[in-house]
Design a protein around this ligand. Structure first.
Ligand SMILES: [Zn+2]
Length: 133
């Protein structure tokens, strides 16, 4: 899972970034705030570099640290519970969500779940309010 064509972000990467974005604080606590694999993901998003390789390394790090699911396993689990990939169509008309300003990160936060204006952990940019449905 490392043959990412330049500039192409697949759904697994988007979901993985969404997981890292929403769990950045927890990951920084487990691995350390200056962990090279964690900061590599963040700087890849910042610089527009291919993030797949950095995400793969972080995934392997987490699994080595005892997280059996790693980035991708956690991402698909939270996607099922509605916390990762942005739904294209919602049954609930007119719901407001905050979405990550980064096109690469698939994180979103429902308005009712947001305590304050959330910011992307990867880019530092505030999430953008959007109405779906
Ligand atoms: Zn984000």
């Amino acid at each position: 899972m490392s043959d990412e064509p330049d500039g192409e972000i697949d759904e697994q990467v988007r979901a993985g970034l969404a997981y890292v974005c929403s769990s950045y604080g927890d990951l920084a606590q487990v691995l350390g705030p200056d962990d090279p694999d964690l900061t590599a993901v963040r700087s890849a998003v910042h610089s527009g570099d291919a993030v797949r390789a950095a995400l793969d390394r972080l995934h392997d790090r987490l699994r080595a640290a005892g997280d059996a699911l790693g980035v991708y396993g956690q991402a698909s689990r939270s996607a099922r519970s509605g916390a990762a990939a942005m739904p294209g169509i919602s049954d609930e008309l007119g719901e407001i969500v905050y979405v990550c300003g980064s096109a690469r990160c698939g994180r979103y936060v429902w308005l009712e779940d947001a305590e304050a204006l959330p910011a992307c952990s990867l880019t530092g940019m505030p999430l953008a309010m959007r109405r779906v449905g």
